[in-house]
Design a binder for this molecule. Structure first.
Ligand code: GLU
Length: 412
């Protein structure tokens, strides 16, 4: 069995949407080609004086519907192909949610856990200065992704601003509030996964109150998802981090406190389990909210959840997806389920442009409106076209980008 790469998967999903939409070979050529790819060398002076070179990437997959938009990932395994795949997903995600953006992604092949705070800052600043010519509030707006957070965004905003000679908060989103960040951005991806989970349960006729959930991942997405679902009265029975999974905790809030104090999930009174055991729990909702390739040909077979809600980007391979479909499991795809992050990023960018900041309630209710609209569009398309929710989501996203291409025409 050969593992499909993230790029193969993304291209396969695009091909399927192109076929379902009846688009032409010309459309396929336009839609399957990333617009701008930049690979940079990022030298880092370590605290001990040594110099190390890292590879940095920024891919602007599409700018057809607006400036490109997407996160910056710090992870040892990131490469150009994966960055292209993730930038492609951002393109369909922004189109599906009808944000006025294209799609982008960037990253550095580094494990941030190996960096001191100062090293992380130097690396982030140098990466920013290397990609400086192609980013900007009207061109391409980075944001946090796996391995980066609001600190990295503050350094990116500062590096860009120092070079511009004035403060440019709108160059990145996911910034600290005092630097022009938006209320509600930190929890936004998780909040969107919560909305998706509750709506998917209702769509399947299951009462969300008391429904059981397993969450793979306890980071920026997993934590906010788990606590959000618990606060709504759902029962989160298991969560995991990179080191393994745990069950038998009294509440997500207690576990989080232990996790932040001790840096691990081995809270006394809980039971450890493997990642695979978590994936195979008999729950109503399974939420992969860690990295890609969690649900594969191998792991999908044992999944007993009724619904899978994809908090992570590309957690399911095409072979895994086919198995879930055959088992009658409803999958809410990544580009819908985790779109809350980029939706509130959009709100942040709008607020920065206007220098006028919204209340938490305003952010929440606007996020809810866009999530619900997108959710209903996907559900209706899946029903009327008799396709999976993933196919429906891609049809809507890809269809909007294709239409914008046609209307803009080809220059010259
Ligand atoms: N990294 C997030 C995603 O994959 C957010 C991107 C953004 O806010 O621009 O959707």
């Amino acid at each position: 069995m050969t593992m499909e790469s993230a790029l193969d998967t993304a291209r396969e999903q695009l091909q399927r949407a192109v076929d379902l939409l009846g688009l032409s070979e010309n459309d396929w050529q336009t839609l399957s080609t990333p617009r701008r790819i930049l690979e940079v060398a990022v030298p880092l002076r370590r605290d001990n004086g040594d110099v190390e070179m890292y590879k940095g990437f920024r891919v602007q997959y599409s700018t057809t519907r607006g400036p490109s938009k997407g996160g910056v990932r710090f992870h040892p395994s990131i490469d150009m192909d994966e960055t292209v795949a993730l930038a492609m997903l951002m393109t369909w995600k922004c189109a599906l949610t009808n944000l006025p953006y294209g799609g982008a992604k960037g990253g550095i092949a580094v494990d941030p856990k190996d960096l001191s705070e100062r090293e992380n800052e130097r690396l982030t600043r140098r990466y920013t200065s290397e990609i400086l010519p192609i980013i900007g509030p009207e061109r391409d707006i980075p944001a946090p992704d796996v391995g980066t957070d609001e600190r990295n965004m503050a350094w990116m905003m500062d590096t860009y601003s120092v070079n511009a000679g004035y403060s440019v908060p709108g160059v990145v989103t996911g910034k600290p509030i005092v630097l022009g960040g938006s209320l509600g951005r930190t929890s936004a991806t998780g909040d969107g996964v919560v909305i998706s989970s509750v709506e998917a349960l209702k769509a399947r006729g299951i009462n969300p109150a008391g429904a059981t959930v397993a969450v793979q991942g306890f980071g920026k997405v997993g934590y906010w998802t788990a606590i959000g679902l618990e606060n709504l009265g759902l029962k989160v029975v298991a969560v995991s981090d990179v080191n393994g999974a745990v069950t038998g905790f009294s509440s997500v809030a207690d576990l989080w406190k232990y996790f932040t104090d001790h840096g691990n999930l081995n809270m006394p009174g809980t039971d450890a389990m493997t990642q695979e055991e978590l994936l195979h729990l008999e729950v109503d909702v399974l939420i992969p909210a860690a990295l890609s390739d969690a649900i594969t040909e191998k792991t999908a077979v044992g999944i007993k959840a009724k619904i899978v809600v994809e908090g992570a980007n590309a957690p399911t391979t095409p072979a895994g997806d086919r198995i879930l479909i055959d088992k009658g499991i409803l999958t809410v795809p990544d580009i819908l389920a985790n779109s809350g992050g980029v939706i509130v990023s959009y709100f942040e960018w709008v607020q920065d442009k206007q220098n006028y900041f919204w209340s938490a309630e305003e952010v929440k209710s606007n996020l809810n409106e866009i999530m619900m609209r997108s959710f209903k569009e996907v559900e209706n398309t899946a029903t009327t076209k008799k396709v999976s929710w993933r196919e429906a989501a891609h049809m809507i996203g890809v269809g909007r980008v294709a239409e914008a291409h046609k209307l803009r025409g080809l220059y010259p």
